[in-house]
Write a protein that binds this ligand. Structure first.
Ligand code: ADP
Length: 273
């Protein structure tokens, strides 16, 4: 039985007292072997959630628990060792002069022994198909390659939870799928949590659970299939359901156009995906 790895309890946050709340009474739980997608349009509070998880920000009210520890000044370094986070803009995240040094940085900070360090760097760069670039300067890479290296940096530290905040946005669909398959495989092997943050409903299909954010509040929490069934509800907050899900919803309406028999929506979605 898995346990809650990350828990938000009635969290309120604003960037300053004279500004409106950015998160309002946000509560949710993420379990230790789950893939949870957090979705919402720009400004709905998704990145703020990510920054609260590893203590880059502190809630004004409410509590955040990671691996049984309340996130506060005393626990923050322990929690950061457990949480690997990649943000959208990889340029802000590079510290090394070569790709290899950059991936090494997180390991040096954790006091990993040299031989083990080399093994982990090689393995994680291979996992994101960047092993041939190990001696390149990070700033010479393309946006997508930089994102691959940033993800390798997180894989190398073997975290308990990986948070990807629009971290594959610069990759093409094929590259994105390859990276997500790799990260997801690691999740199931190591039984860690994966949190992906996105504004694109196409990217939630493989998640176990979806948290839909709207204007700083949890608008909906459900499986991807249940989310896609809420087409009208999602449209009211500016989120567009993917074409195949729309088609599946449409075909399943009464008097559907394909079959005299009512279609099983779940089976149809399975077929179409
Ligand atoms: P999302 O990730 O969903 O796009 P964010 O969490 O980045 O949303 O932002 C939520 C809200 O907080 C937005 O209105 C944004 O303008 C505001 N915000 C984000 N960062 C800051 C900041 N450093 N200072 C003040 N307001 C901010």
């Amino acid at each position: 039985m898995s346990r809650a790895y990350i828990e938000f309890r009635n969290v309120f946050f604003r960037y300053s007292e004279d500004q409106p709340w950015v998160l309002k009474d946000v509560s949710f739980r993420i379990f230790s072997d789950q893939w949870v997608a957090i979705i919402g349009h720009n400004g709905s509070g998704k990145s703020t959630i990510a920054k609260l998880i590893n203590g880059l920000l502190t809630p004004e009210k409410g509590e955040i628990i990671v691996d049984g520890l309340p996130v506060n000044e005393d626990t923050i370094w322990e929690i950061r060792r457990k949480v690997g986070m990649v943000f959208q803009n990889p340029d802000n995240q590079f510290v090394g002069t070569t790709v290899r040094d950059d991936v090494a940085f997180g390991l040096e900070n954790r006091g990993v022994e040299r031989r083990e360090m080399i093994r982990r760097i090689d393995e994680s760069l291979k996992a994101v198909a960047m092993a041939d670039y190990r001696l390149q300067e990070p700033h010479r890479l393309s946006g997508g390659q930089k994102q691959r290296v940033a993800i390798a940096g997180v894989l190398a530290i073997s975290p308990q939870v990986i948070i990807l905040d629009e971290a594959t946005a610069m990759l093409d669909p094929k590259g994105r799928k390859e990276i997500m398959d790799t990260v997801n495989e690691l999740r199931t092997q190591e039984r860690i949590s994966l949190v992906t943050i996105t504004h694109d409903l196409n990217e939630i299909t493989q998640a176990d659970q979806v948290i839909v954010m709207n204007q700083g509040e949890v608008y909906l929490e459900a499986t991807p299939r249940e989310v896609f069934l809420e087409e009208t509800l999602l449209q009211t907050i500016g989120l567009d359901v993917p074409f195949v899900a729309k088609l599946a919803n449409e075909l399943n309406k009464d008097g559907n156009i394909i079959s005299k028999q009512p279609l099983n929506q779940e089976e149809l979605l399975e077929e179409l995906w």
